[in-house]
Design a protein around this ligand. Sequence first.
Ligand SMILES: [Zn+2]
Length: 124
Amino acid sequence: MAGKKQVRTAFRATVFRRDRYHCAACGKPGRDRQGGDAHRAFHPGTPDDQLVPLDAHHITDRNQMPGGGYVLENGIALCDDGCHRLAEVFHQTGTAHPGFAPDDLYARVDSSFEAARHASESLE
Ligand SMILES: [Zn+2]
């Protein structure tokens, strides 16, 4: 079984690759906020300072998913520039910012709560 750190690293990498290193909400091209150069293949020739930092957001909070929900089906690439903050409003207050409810985010990445929960069961 993979260690926690490997699971988290794989989560970020697979989410960013699927979303092609773009914010899945506003569409800005980006790079992993934590570093690395895997984004370069998706934005050839674009200097890093023209890319937004991206976070791999848990659509359903990690405390409400088996194994922390570190699966592609529960992740979405969001820019640190604003979209991630808007998505966190739901986790902080229980009321979603319009367009940033979990179901809205799942729809953007062709996933669902059920798909995320099912995939997360393999983490336990
Ligand atoms: Zn964004």
